[in-house]
Write a protein that binds this ligand. Structure first.
Ligand code: GDP
Ligand code: GDP
Length: 437
C-alpha cells in the first residue's frame, strides 16, 4: 500500500505550497474530491521509486484556542488517523505560536509518527531561531523551504525511513496471480451492498488477517475457478466467521485501493447519474493506468427515461473511459453480477495481454497500408516496427522516423486497430513512439 503523508498545521505556514512541491514531483495527480471532503486535497508524490499519497488537511479557523483543537479534530482527525506519517508544518518567519503548541499537543497524543517541518527557512537553515521549535516536543525540527524546494528531499527521506517498501511489483506472472479487485465510488452508490452480496455468494477462502494495520485487508474469493482478492475500500470487518462491509467513505482508502488493484470496479448510482465526484474518481483510475469496469448500480430503480439520461451523462462525463465496459447491475437484487464477473476477468486478461513483436509489426504495416500517416511538410512519418513495452496497462512502442509528425488522430486510429485485434477491453492502451537511430 502506498504510504500516506498528512500535512497538518495552522493557516499560512505553507502547507499548500509544500503539497504542490511534493505532488509536483510526479505528474501531479491531484484529486479534488469536491463535495466529499472539505478543504482537503489529495495528491500522489514520489521519492525515487517510492510512491506515496499526500493529504493537505487545509486550514482550520483559529477562532479561539479551544476552537482550534475542536476544528482541527473535525477536519483533520480522519486525515491524521489514516496517515502513516504526519508532517507538522510550522513557519520559521512568524515563529512559534500558541496554535502551534495546541496542534503539537494534539499530535503528541495521536500516537503517530510526526515530523516537524519548519518552513520558510530559505537562507536561514542555520538560524538560532530553529532551536525554539524543539520546545514542541516533536523531535528534531527539519528546516525546509517549500517555495524554494530546499530541505524537501531529506524531509521525505526521514518521513519514509521506517516504512517498508512495497515489493509486489507487477511482474510477468501477474496474469496467474489472484485478480486484485477494488470497488470504488462515492458514498451510497452501493459498494457495500455489492461486496456483501459477493461475500455471501462466492466461495471465501480461509486466510489470515494481516499482521499490521499497514497491510491492506484483501479477502480471497473464488469464482468460476478464478481467484480474486477483494481489496478493502469499504471498511471490511470480520463478524464472527463472515465479513461485513461497513461503509465509511475514505478518500485515502479509495486512492490506495485503486493503486493496489489490478482491476477497479467503478461504481455509479443509476438513480443519481454520473456526478462530478464520480468523474474525479474515474480520473484517478485513469491516471493510475488501472483496468476498469464501470458498474452502474441500482438499475432496478430507474425508469426508461432515467436510463436514457444516464447513458448521456456517462457519455459526456466519463468520455475519457471509453475503453471501459459498462455493466448495468442491481447489487441488491443480485442482477447482472455474472456479466460483471466476466467483464472483470476480461479486463484483467486485457491488461496483461501478451503482444508478440511479429504480430504487432504486421498489424502496424497493415494499418499503414490501409491509411498512411499524413505528410507534414516534406517529411512523412515512417512507422517501421512495433513491440510491447509493458503490461498493465499494455504499452506498444512504435519505432520509426519523423514520428513527431504522427498526429493524435492517427495514434487513435492505430490504437483502435490494435485493440480490435487483441480484443482489449477495460484497459488503457498506451502507444509510445521511438525514433530509430
Ligand atoms: P497554507 O495556508 O498553510 O496552505 O499556506 P500557503 O501554502 O498558502 O502559504 C502561505 C504563504 O506563505 C504564501 O504567501 C506562500 O507564498 C508563503 N510561503 C510558502 N512557502 C514558503 C517558503 O518556503 N518561504 C517563504 N518565504 N514563503 C513561503
Ligand atoms: P456504499 O456507501 O457505496 O457502500 O452504498 P451502500 O451499499 O451502503 O448502499 C447505499 C444504499 O443504496 C442502501 O440503502 C442500499 O440498500 C441501496 N442500494 C444498494 N444497491 C442497490 C440496488 O442495486 N438497487 C437499489 N434500489 N438500491 C440499492
Amino acid at each position: 500500500m502506498k504510504p500516506v503523508l498528512a500535512l497538518v498545521g495552522r493557516p499560512n505556514v505553507g502547507k499548500s505550497t509544500l503539497f504542490n512541491r511534493l505532488t509536483k514531483s510526479r505528474d501531479a495527480i491531484v484529486a479534488d474530491f469536491a463535495g466529499l471532503t472539505r478543504d482537503r486535497h489529495y495528491g500522489d508524490g514520489r521519492l525515487g521509486s517510492r510512491h506515496f499519497i499526500v493529504v493537505d488537511t487545509g486550514g482550520f479557523e483559529p477562532d479561539s484556542t479551544t476552537g482550534i483543537v475542536k476544528e482541527m479534530a473535525r477536519q483533520t482527525r480522519q486525515a491524521v488517523a489514516e496517515a502513516d506519517v504526519v508532517i507538522f508544518v510550522t513557519d520559521l518567519r512568524s515563529g512559534l505560536s500558541a496554535q502551534d503548541a495546541d496542534i503539537a499537543r494534539y499530535l503528541r497524543q495521536a500516537n503517530k509518527r510526526v515530523l516537524l517541518a519548519v518552513n520558510k527557512a530559505e537562507g536561514m537553515q542555520e538560524s538560532p531561531l530553529l532551536a525554539e521549535f524543539h520546545e514542541l516536543g516533536l523531535g528534531e525540527p527539519h528546516p525546509v523551504s517549500a517555495a524554494h524546494g530546499q530541505g524537501i528531499r531529506s524531509l521525505l527521506e526521514a518521513a519514509l525511513e521506517d516504512i517498508p517498501e512495497d515489493d509486489d511489483a507487477d511482474d510477468e506472472d501477474e496474469a496467474d496471480k489472484p485478480i486484485r479487485l477494488a470497488v470504488a465510488g462515492r458514498p451510497n452508490v452501493g459498494k457495500s451492498t455489492l461486496i456483501n452480496t459477493w461475500l455471501g455468494e462466492e466461495r471465501l477462502i480461509a486466510f489470515d488477517m494481516p499482521g499490521t494495520t499497514r497491510d491492506a485487508i484483501r479477502v480471497p474469493l473464488e469464482r468460476d475457478g478464478r481467484r480474486y482478492e477483494l481489496i478493502d475500500t469499504a471498511g471490511l470487518r470480520r463478524k464472527g466467521k463472515v465479513f461485513e462491509a461497513i461503509e465509511k467513505f475514505s478518500v485515502v482508502k479509495t486512492l490506495q485501493a485503486i493503486a493496489d488493484a489490478s482491476v477497479v470496479v467503478l461504481m455509479v448510482d443509476a438513480t443519481q447519474g454520473v456526478s462530478e465526484q464520480d468523474a474525479h474518481i474515474a480520473g484517478y483510475v485513469l491516471e493510475s493506468g488501472r483496468a476498469v469496469v464501470i458498474a452502474i448500480n441500482k438499475w432496478d430503480a430507474v425508469d426508461a427515461y432515467q436510463r436514457e439520461q444516464l447513458a448521456r451523462s456517462v457519455e459526456t462525463r466519463l468520455a475519457f473511459l471509453k475503453f471501459a465496459p459498462i455493466l448495468h447491475i442491481s447489487a441488491i437484487r443480485r442482477q447482472g453480477l455474472g456479466p460483471l464477473w466476466k467483464a472483470i476477468a476480461d479486463a484483467h486478461a486485457s491488461a496483461h495481454c501478451k503482444m508478440p513483436t511479429p504480430v504487432l509489426t504486421r498489424l502496424l504495416h497493415e494499418a499503414v497500408e490501409h491509411q498512411a500517416p499524413k505528410r507534414a511538410g516534406t517529411s512523412r512519418p515512417k512507422l517501421r516496427y512495433a513491440h510491447q513495452g509493458g503490461m498493465n496497462p499494455p504499452v506498444i512502442v512504435i519505432h520509426g522516423n519523423a514520428l513527431e509528425h504522427v498526429t493524435d488522430a492517427y495514434k487513435r486510429f492505430l490504437e483502435a486497430r490494435f485493440r480490435a485485434h487483441f480484443k482489449l477491453v477495460g484497459t488503457p492502451l498506451r502507444i509510445d513512439m521511438k525514433h530509430s537511430t
